[in-house]
Design a protein around this ligand. Sequence first.
Ligand code: LLP
Length: 434
Amino acid sequence: MHHFHYAGPDLHCESVDLAAVAKLYGTPTYVYSATTIADNYRRLQQGLAGLDVQLCYAAKANSNLAVLKHLSNLGAAFDLVSGGELRRVLAAGGNVRQSVFAGVGKTEAEIKLALQNEIFAFHVESEPEMARINHVAGTLGVKAPISIRVNPDVDAKTHAKVTTGKSDNKFGIPLKYAAAAYEAAAKYPNLAIKGVQMHIGSQLTSIEPFVEAVQKLAPLAADLKARFGISYFSIGGGMGIIYRDALASGQAAWWESQPAETRPLTPESYGAALKPLLQPLGLKILLEHGRFLVGNAGVLLARVEHLKRGAGKNFLIVDAAMNDLVRPAMYDSYHEIVPLHRDSSRRALVADVVGPICESGDCFAKDRQLQEVGEGELIAFMSAGAYGHVMASRYNSRPLAAEVLVQGSSFELVNTRETFEHMIAGERVPAFLK
Ligand code: LLP
């Protein structure tokens, strides 16, 4: 469910006409719905009601300061993977003391920054990393709170590039070595064992892999509680969202029309399946969802440059490109594309929707059926709130897109479109070339 819908012929985010946003701030521009984020947050919380849950929003999905502040106001802490993300949470006034720090290659400087800001726990991914955290904590004269990321060797049945819980992925310590890793951790003078963590992948669309992984780790969690007095079990993030019927899935009627056997994963079904497995542990449960909270809360607005009719192929050339939204080029992912102004008298068009970047990979969709749109008209890429702007680059010297946050009938620019001067601000021509 989300708050993007047509009011008459015009696509709105909540009560805001998206064409008005494009007119004011230009394109390409990301637009996020604050109410959708809040609804997603509350649904996830309610889905797990009865458990002692702390939501640690995976900031990597969308780390715009306004999004972080909004989630922080709702009660979220954060799942962080870099010093940069930690500093963003500080800048947004978020709660680092309830946040966790993950990632396979935390630097000494990042560990120090996290300790100085009293991070809730580090999610440790290897034994050398444990030694490093112990060392940095020692230099600061503190004990570092840690949990081990355990790799349950479960197939998340998602895209290979976002699968993380198989034994051939770089993440975590294999389940069979986990007990020994905790023994090793207990011997370090500057480490304090706090919990256990897992994360098996992203954009999971069925509950079975979550269930399998929790079932695999639950005995270990119980054991660690008895031996080391751990207080929490983080079950990671990974809940998938609707990409194919993105617009329709904003309406309750769409969900009701889905046959029970193929109904997509919801916070309610996720909670119902996992609660009975988690409740007996008597541990605090951390959740690290990113995409579920913000993915369907964002769109990318773009303008049509040309409709190029080729030999047996049409190309809709738009002013957004793979540098703005890399997911289709990187993961072959599907983003629904809709016109900002719907006109049923228009013919249908089948076209490849492409950006202006000089490589064939700069393609958002192949042979996509759309309402015919022409030069200057506006379109939206749906479900672009997660892993959109955060993965943007300046390839082809294209400035980073603007970002706007909507709430009700209010909207504000939350990230100015990058200027050329800013883009080159750090670059220098060395003296020997002058
Ligand atoms: N926790 C850990 C340890 C993670 O590595 C991730 C995501 C999450 C939580 C959040 O997962 P989510 O709930 O958002 O699925 N760029 C890719 C997704 C990469 C996900 C990386 N890790 C994409 O655009 O699909």
